[in-house]
Design a binder for this molecule. Structure first.
Ligand code: SF4
Length: 439
């Protein structure tokens, strides 16, 4: 039987799409291999969100071809959307598949393998023009302990630094009935936690007929109760309405975890980024969530060294972050992306300043994470135990509803289960220990 290898770079949406391709090929009798040298077809699902992501994508394409020059090589993802012509020139690449055709990837891979049909999508180097949500047609996704469910794609916002709307196109949503069917299917297959994902999930439903909302979808999910808990991936601050906050902080059906991209703690920088909110609005939102549910993990993204960011604006960001009850930070040094307005903004920050600023904000994030984990010691939680043990300790590992990594002693029968524990400290380890409760 043919073997496939998939290497996924970038975000959860890419991971979901790779999982879907894998599931579809598996259902056709293919087997997955972790080694490109063993594969008949290699797929690189690329990313271009930063310059580094593009370099890594290119590197993985070339490296995989070197490891197995006789395998068929398929490249897809956001880097393949913006740089299709360049990738096509790399010797050994047999297919470059755009986002518009991504839902047909399994069929294209099979045709490439069985009939040698190379395929280069025609909308190369163009924005994705897709207007309908199209997914890979697999019954239910789930090779992971916590399967991803992609409910939305694309973005209409065009923040001044972001390439994503250019690569993935306009916002489009999976129809409500299909979301509910897929969630039910995952529940029937025994999955306990599902991670809802998309590029801009707060926009969910605005493109559907009749128009609906992310809040309405969440309410319907809670009423259906198909799985034990649902985790939401990143949501834009202006789209987290009071009713969404009330719903997710009052119901254990939704994980105690919210991830909100902040990007800067200075209003002038936010406005130059074309982010449609102020620090005041962001703080009100975070305070409301924290007041209603002090144990909810609130994470944020921050971009460091946006062009023209002054020392004062950077200090404003640091002070703002320190004033918030955050559980962790994801810190990204600014990376100019061609075709975005910010790529031509004056005031590029030099690399020493960039390093210094990035290290400082990462330290703020680490301190916030430690504080959040320390506060959880002695409390009870349910850990979603993964199907693989920690390589170093050999212990079971998993995540709490509030996104704290936990390790537990116990047998393999606890894998893929929600295990109640009391949380204990594990100094300098980056995780907590879970003492299992006697039943
Ligand atoms: S909201 Fe802004 S940052 Fe997020 S994907 Fe859309 S354009 Fe990019």
């Amino acid at each position: 039987m043919p073997r496939y290898f998939i290497n996924t770079l970038g975000c959860k949406v890419n991971r979901f799409e790779s999982d879907a391709v894998g599931m579809a090929l598996t259902s056709q009798g293919w087997t997955e291999t972790q080694k490109p040298s063993d594969a008949d077809v290699c797929v690189i699902n690329t990313c271009t969100v930063t310059g580094k992501a593009s370099v890594e994508s290119r590197h993985h394409i070339r490296q995989t071809i070197r490891k197995n020059p006789s395998a068929k090589m398929v490249v897809t993802g956001c880097y393949a959307q913006t740089e299709a012509a360049e990738i096509e020139k790399i010797e050994g690449v047999d297919a470059v598949i755009s986002h518009t055709e991504k839902h047909q990837l399994p069929e294209l891979i099979i045709a490439l393998y069985e009939k040698g049909e190379a395929h280069f999508s025609e909308d190369r180097n163009a924005s994705c023009r897709e207007t309908l949500f199209k997914g890979i047609n697999v019954d239910a996704l789930g090779t992971r302990t916590r399967p991803l469910l992609k409910i939305q794609d694309g973005c209409n916002a065009f923040c001044s630094y972001c390439i994503v709307p250019h690569t993935r196109g306009r916002s489009r949503s999976m129809p409500v009935a299909e979301v509910m069917d897929r969630l039910a299917s995952l529940g029937e297959k025994g999955y306990l936690e599902v991670v809802l994902t998309g590029i801009h999930i707060g926009c969910y439903g605005m493109d559907l007929t009749p128009v609906t909302s992310f809040y309405a979808l969440l309410k319907q999910m809670k009423e259906a109760g198909s799985v034990r808990r649902v985790r939401l991936s990143s949501m834009e601050p202006m789209e987290i309405s009071d009713e969404i906050v009330d719903l997710i902080t009052s119901s254990p059906y939704f994980c105690d975890h919210v991830h909100i991209p902040l990007q800067s703690g200075d209003d002038t920088v936010l406005s130059r980024m074309k982010r449609p909110y102020t620090t005041k609005r962001f703080k009100e939102l975070v305070t409301r969530i924290h007041t209603l549910s002090p144990t909810t993990a609130i994470g944020a993204d921050v971009i460091i060294g946006f062009p023209g960011e002054t020392d004062t604006q950077f200090e404003n960001t640091c002070h703002f972050l320190e004033s918030l009850p955050l559980a962790y930070l994801h810190v990204f040094p600014f990376s100019p992306r061609e075709r975005t307005p910010a790529a031509s903004f004056d005031g590029r920050i030099d690399s020493d300043t960039m390093k210094h600023r990035t290290a400082r904000v990462r330290a703020i994030g680490n301190a916030a994470k430690q504080r959040f984990m320390d506060a959880a010691v002695g409390t009870r939680a349910e850990v979603m135990v993964e199907k693989e043990r920690d390589r170093q300790t050999g212990l079971l590992k998993g995540l709490t509803s509030h996104y704290i990594p936990v390790q537990i002693e116990g047998g393999d029968h606890l894998m893929n289960q929600l295990v109640p524990v009391t949380l204990e400290a594990a100094p300098d380890s980056g995780h907590l220990m879970g003492r299992r409760e006697e039943r």
